[in-house]
Design a protein around this ligand. Structure first.
Ligand code: IMP
Length: 181
């Protein structure tokens, strides 16, 4: 595990930029779901801060629920082995589900989750992600809405962690390796 001495944080996306982008994206979501009731499904833990900001801009009748998934552990690469994928606590059948995710990297997590929700009778399943590593993600996954397209940098803050740290940062940052002088 890295020590705080091994890297320094650099701001990639400012808090104000995130706020503005969320207003833009939520406007589109409000348009698209006009007249529908939505189940917003926040993916824990990383998606929770984005979800808290996003759902307060959504105007349709909405339920908010949570699902805990993880494919990372303390590494910076997705293991592809999505753990804890259980949706038994959710009422899925007939619901329009909007998955709210912090970041889509390989997309493996959401491919599995989306398939599962559809197999349990969801009326529709869409995805909104704060960050989307589009070039890296599996092309078969449709990310319906996203705020920021990123390259392959590992980012932290605004809910996203490295080894459970930095979720509380109000901005999205990059961990630069500290170089010895
Ligand atoms: P995927 O299944 O590879 O798309 O992984 C998605 C999950 O991995 C996200 O919900 C995050 O928890 C985590 N993740 C992916 N990329 C990053 C990153 O750059 N920083 C922090 N967490 C990440």
């Amino acid at each position: 595990m890295s020590n705080s001495e091994d890297y320094q944080l650099r701001v990639l996306i400012q808090q104000e930029t995130i706020e503005k982008k969320i207003l833009e994206v939520s406007k589109q979501i409000n348009e698209d779901y006009k007249g529908e009731e939505v189940l917003a499904l926040s993916v824990l833990k990383g998606g929770v801060i984005f979800a808290a900001d996003l759902v307060r801009q959504l105007t349709m009748p909405l339920q908010l629920d949570f699902i805990q998934l993880s494919s990372y552990g303390v590494k910076k690469e997705s293991s592809g082995d999505v753990q804890g994928l259980s949706v038994d606590h959710l009422t899925i059948k007939g619901h329009h589900i909007l998955i709210v995710e912090d970041i889509v990297d390989t997309g493996l997590t959401l491919i599995k989750l989306k398939d599962l929700l559809l197999s349990k009778g969801a009326a529709s399943v869409k995805i909104v992600a704060c960050c989307y590593k589009k070039e890296k993600a599996d092309a078969s996954l449709v990310v319906d809405y996203f705020c920021f397209e990123l390259g392959d940098d590992f980012v932290v803050g605004y809910g996203m962690d490295f080894a459970q740290k930095h979720r509380n940062l109000p901005y999205i940052g990059v961990m630069d390796e500290r170089k010895d002088d």
